[in-house]
Design a protein around this ligand. Structure first.
Ligand SMILES: [Zn+2]
Ligand SMILES: [Zn+2]
Ligand SMILES: [Zn+2]
Length: 747
């Protein structure tokens, strides 16, 4: 057995009720007999005992602190605690010596008082008072304000005051010790510091409110958000018993981002982000600065094909039926099948990092049996062309007698998903790995772990989206408010500097600098239609040089065997070298990818609506509506700083509304509001949700069910643009009709 001296205090959650004071004083007057009523008193927890003793102390004019906690040597379970008068004992000397400034804040109050209350744990797990000394060696404070100066009471104030702050900081993902630091830094020095233990207790108390109701909390979170984010998408798949199977969500801004950057999606599944161990599956994209952005997230029941199917279908629904052009994932059969089914036209690339991870382990035996295997293998993998790849494969099969069912032949069968030669025309925004989402924890700054509750998790997700957004805005600002530093006076570089965002220009500049300083060439074939070069560095072996084809046509046309342009969207040094050599005047606009320019963010690709998206002239797609609405919102956003501009805009809108009103003279068709918020839950009106039972795989009867109303589909908020009142649109505005008929009569 050993005694553990705790330097921390217990939480104090009970409020002092002054009315009781008189009452209590009466009790005190009962004299010594009262001691016996305290001796033997039973409490459920030590906290309860502390609260009781502290209340008692408050009424009698002293303060308390925890002195000693006895714990079992083996189990580390506390079995006895002693609370003492805060004037008990003497402060240990070494405390003062080592403390420095921090601890000097507390004045010495200990004068060796012997008053104490001791509790011990019973066999039934309850705590009882087994020793009580109520004799003090000092005057007791007689007025409430004086008593409040005792540390244990002063915190009554502190705690209620800062509790909500603690909760806020806790929800922001700070650890208790960080919460403590933040709070202590903010408070005035006259009040005692809060302790980590207090933070832990306040936070865990707050969490308890959600215990068994996490899923409820999660839905409530999305419900609350729907009030401020009209375009949020949220859908839940429930089991028959009402427990959640799968959840998918995307906020309005992320959906907007997807309309611009749907060319590449990285999809990955990670664990250990929440208490229920529900796999978390984020959809990640790349913005115009090359930064990763979150398109949406899902918490899944498992990693089965049908689960992924459900998810991808909902992703598609959420994203206006717009398929990703390419998707990067881990090599996974269930995932692959679901992608084939739901995104049949999407290019699917396996994450190079995951392949690398397995590679060593699988080729090990061959490497040890054949001294030249590694070299042949590497050459095969890095084949420039499909022909090369296939020939080398046949050679390898013979030479090393590769089995039909080995890992390598399995990889061969799936070659279109990973081999460079097959992916030369697949734009991946420079990504070859899901490595960015691999570090999904970096999105969350480490603020999620295997103990994070679901409702907290989605809050952290929102914070991650916000911080990504802030990073993007920061880059937007830097691009807008700085001029590119050119390495040359060449108009090609100048044009790139004008068009690209800052970070993308930096990438371009790197290629350009090498093209202008480091490369040389050999002409291979010169024809009437095209000319082929080998381009590379002098000191590098010529087999590593690249083949650049320059075609003679009205439009500049140049391709390179490294396919940097096709996969990253930036011309490679080899192409740039040849263009400069062929005296190309400027960077042709068809080599400037819209998605790498600042315009990608600030204009919705107007030109692309209508061409790509509207196939049927009689039908407007949800995507088109989205784009128009997004333009509309931006217009308001940009005009809002000028009353005149807003007035102009409004006049214009009213006249446009007139046109529409005329067009639809008989009746306004209400049901055509297809672009209204898409926010759905696949379930009945009154739904019953409950938490999954612990880690997701264990199935059984749910313990708690909380009923909430399916008011996820909040009533539409209509605002009349004419009279500004709620409840109707200008098209059916009675005031407007009145005014118009007045005008007609007058006219
Ligand atoms: Zn005392
Ligand atoms: Zn190249
Ligand atoms: Zn109206």
């Amino acid at each position: 057995m050993m005694a553990v001296i705790e330097e921390v205090d217990q939480p104090i959650e009970t409020q002092v009720i002054y009315e009781n004071e008189a009452n209590a004083m009466e009790k005190c007057n009962e004299g010594k007999g009262k001691d016996e009523s305290i001796l033997g008193k039973v409490f459920d927890t030590p906290d309860d005992a502390y609260t009781f003793y502290n209340d008692y102390a408050f009424l009698h004019g002293f303060g308390i602190r925890i002195d000693t906690t006895f714990k079992h040597k083996t189990t580390k379970e506390p079995y006895r605690k002693i609370y003492v008068c805060d004037k008990e004992g003497f402060k240990r000397l070494d405390d003062n010596a080592s403390s420095g400034i921090e601890k000097k804040r507390r004045r010495e109050v200990r004068i060796g008082c012997k008053a104490e209350l001791r509790i011990s744990k019973n066999k039934d797990g309850k705590w009882f008072v087994d020793s009580f000394n109520d004799t003090h060696n000092h005057e007791l404070s007689m007025t409430p304000t004086k008593v409040m100066e005792h540390r244990s009471h002063a915190k009554f104030h502190r705690l209620t005051e800062c509790k909500s702050l603690m909760v806020d900081l806790g929800q922001a993902g700070l650890k208790p010790c960080q919460v403590r630091k933040a709070i202590n830094a903010m408070k005035t020095s006259t009040v005692a510091d809060v302790t980590s233990k207090q933070c832990v207790d306040v936070l865990s108390e707050q969490r308890k409110q959600y215990k068994g109701k996490e899923f409820y909390g999660l839905i409530k979170h999305f419900q609350d958000k729907a009030l401020v984010d009209n375009d949020q998408y949220f859908t839940v798949d429930l089991c028959n018993d009402g427990s959640p199977k799968n959840i998918f969500w995307a906020n309005g801004r992320s959906r907007d981002a997807y309309t611009k950057f749907s060319d590449v999606v990285v999809f990955d599944v990670t664990y250990m982000t929440n208490k229920f161990k529900m796999p978390f599956a984020p959809f990640v994209g790349v913005n115009h600065h090359g930064q990763s952005i979150l398109f949406g997230g899902a918490l899944l029941e498992n990693e089965k094909e049908e689960t992924f199917e459900w998810l991808f279908e909902n992703f598609l629904k959420c994203m206006f039926g717009k398929y990703p052009k390419a998707i990067i994932t881990d090599q996974d059969k269930a995932m692959g099948n679901a992608i084939k089914k739901v995104f049949p036209n999407t290019q699917h690339r396996f994450c190079a990092w995951h392949i690398k991870k397995h590679e060593n382990e699988h080729i090990k035996t061959y490497v040890s049996s054949y001294s030249d295997f590694k070299e042949s293998y590497t050459k095969w993998v890095n084949s420039d062309t499909i022909e090369e790849f296939e020939t080398r494969w046949e050679v390898m099969c013979d030479k090393y007698r590769l089995q039909n069912n080995c890992w390598i032949s399995d990889m061969y069968n799936q070659r279109i998903h990973w081999a460079k030669a097959f992916l030369k025309d697949v734009f991946l925004a420079g990504m070859t790995t899901s490595g960015r989402s691999e570090s999904i924890n970096s999105f969350f700054d480490g603020f999620v772990n295997s103990k994070t509750m679901l409702n907290e998790f989605v809050m952290q997700y929102d914070k991650a989206v916000e911080s990504r957004r802030a990073a993007e805005e920061d880059e937007d600002f830097k691009t807008m408010n700085s001029r590119p530093i050119l390495s040359s006076l060449h108009p090609i570089e100048e044009k790139a500097g004008e068009c690209y965002t800052r970070k993308i220009f930096d990438m371009f500049k790197k290629e350009w600098t090498e093209a202008t300083s480091n490369l040389t060439h050999e002409t291979i074939i010169k024809g009437t239609e095209e000319i082929k070069y080998r381009v590379g560095q002098l000191k590098v072996e010529k087999t590593y040089w690249r083949t650049v084809t320059f075609r003679f046509s009205n439009e500049v046309s140049v391709t390179c065997s490294c396919s940097k342009y096709e996969t990253c969207g930036i011309l490679c040094k080899h192409c740039l070298y040849v263009m400069k050599k062929r005296h190309v005047e400027t960077l042709p606009s068809h080599y400037i990818l819209h998605r790498w320019t600042l315009n990608a963010r600030y204009t919705v690709g107007n030109s692309r609506i209508g061409l790509e998206e509207i196939n049927n002239e009689n039908e407007v797609s949800a995507y088109t509506l989205w784009c128009v609405r997004s333009n509309f919102a931006k217009l308001i956003e940009q005009a809002r700083d000028s009353p005149l501009e807003i007035q102009k805009l409004n006049n214009l809108l009213i006249s446009l509304l007139d046109d529409q009103a005329n067009r639809k003279k008989p009746i306004a068709n209400e049901s055509q509001d297809s672009c209204a918020r898409i926010l759905q839950v696949d379930m009945v009106h009154q739904l019953s949700v409950r938490d999954p039972l612990g880690p997701i795989n264990t199935k059984g009867r749910p313990r708690v069910a909380s009923r909430i109303k399916s008011s996820l589909e909040a009533p539409k908020k209509r605002t009349c643009s004419y009279c500004q009142r709620l409840g109707h649109y200008a098209t059916s505005c009675s005031k407007r009709k009145e005014d118009e008929s007045m005008q007609e009569k007058e006219g």
